[in-house]
Design a protein around this ligand. Structure first.
Ligand code: RAM
Length: 341
């Protein structure tokens, strides 16, 4: 009897130790992470959400994907309030406004929910998962314009919404880069217009630009929705205007290449961006980071990220991690990348 009791006790001890060893949020099986994108119907946002979902599930975490019906902060606030009520453990949001989400995100944090921003930063987040450095993105946009105009001439920016932090940060940095270097003195920035990340509105804005500026040489669109609409429109009407910017290869495959509206364009991997946001939330929940500048953490994807300071002058109000660099797509590689995202 004593022997059996001792064996049972030993077994209990072994099981307890095993349970402790496996402890940690990823094995509890009851964590839920949510992603709130800018809006429904944007394939870039859909890819970002799918990366977030896949990475969460790989960590044994349930994922909730929310695409707000409108591309506004109000629509996001409604969704985030519902997520707080659902008691999710982490929220990643691509913000539609630089300020308006601060209160609801603070409520989430007060409820013990980890909060990161991705794609587009906002006040109230604990850290920004930055797709690529703001200056680096702005530099490739300016250099595209410089190259496609042949060094001088008129260009216009076709952006998304007027309040989008990410687009505004890139546009502001483009202005600084142009002002700082006399090499760009021949570029004439004639307009900045907003197509609200909607195909029709972006098409209409492109049409107005062509009508208003007969000498326009380049439209640069720091939005995947805008660049597609603009490139398709100039192709449709047979305009010589070239279209530069940030595009999704799977959508742009027919308009990128030599003698096409977009000789080349840039982007990063939206799937990876979503994955890193899920890993960042996990790092907060697991206590691997507090989000303070100077810290570093190894993500569940095996990559070490250094947390760097906020850059308010570049529109980044939170500390940040930088996921990568803008990548160039042209006639030589567009088909291959169109298969990926
Ligand atoms: C659009 C969105 C998004 C931006 C990309 C490049 O899909 O505006 O925020 O990062 O383009």
């Amino acid at each position: 009897m004593k022997k059996i009791l001792a064996l049972l006790l030993a077994l209990v001890l072994v099981l307890t130790l095993a349970a402790c060893g496996n402890g940690g949020p990823d094995d509890d099986g009851d964590l839920t992470f949510a992603i709130v994108t800018k809006s429904a119907g944007n394939p870039f946002m859909e890819r970002m959400a799918s990366g977030f979902e896949a990475a969460s599930e790989r960590m044994g975490i349930s994922a909730v994907v929310q695409h707000p019906s409108l591309i506004t902060a109000e629509a996001q606030i409604e969704v985030i309030n519902a997520l707080i009520a659902q008691e999710v453990d982490g929220i990643a949001v691509a913000a539609n406004d630089a300020e308006a989400l601060a209160t609801v995100l603070q409520s989430a944090r007060d409820a013990g929910i980890a909060v990161v921003t991705l794609d587009s930063d906002t006040a109230g987040s604990q850290m920004f998962v930055n797709q690529a450095g703001v200056r680096e993105v702005a530099q490739v946009l300016v250099d595209s314009v410089y190259d496609m105009t042949g060094g001088s001439g008129q260009f216009a920016v076709l952006s998304a919404t007027a309040l989008a932090t990410n687009q505004n940060a890139w546009i502001a940095a483009m202005g600084e880069i142009i002002d700082e270097d006399t090499r760009y003195a021949g570029l004439e920035w004639v307009a900045t217009v907003f197509g609200d990340d909607e195909w029709q509105a972006s098409t209409d804005e492109t049409s107005s630009l062509l009508a208003s500026f007969p000498d326009l040489e380049v439209i640069v669109a720091p939005t995947t929705v805008g660049i597609l609409a603009a490139a398709q429109y100039v192709q449709l009407v047979g305009s010589d205007v070239l279209v530069a910017g940030l595009g999704l290869p799977s959508e742009m495959v027919d308009v990128v290449g030599p003698d096409l509206p977009t000789p080349y364009m840039y982007l990063w991997n939206p799937v990876e961006l979503g994955e890193v946001a899920a890993y960042a939330l996990y790092a907060f929940v697991n206590g691997d980071t507090t989000g303070a500048a100077g810290e570093s953490f190894v993500s569940q994807g095996g990559v070490t990220f250094n947390v760097i300071p906020a850059a308010p002058d570049l529109g980044i109000v939170n500390t940040q991690i930088i996921v990568g660099l803008p990548f160039r797509f042209d006639g030589d590689n567009i088909e291959e990348w169109a298969e990926v995202f």
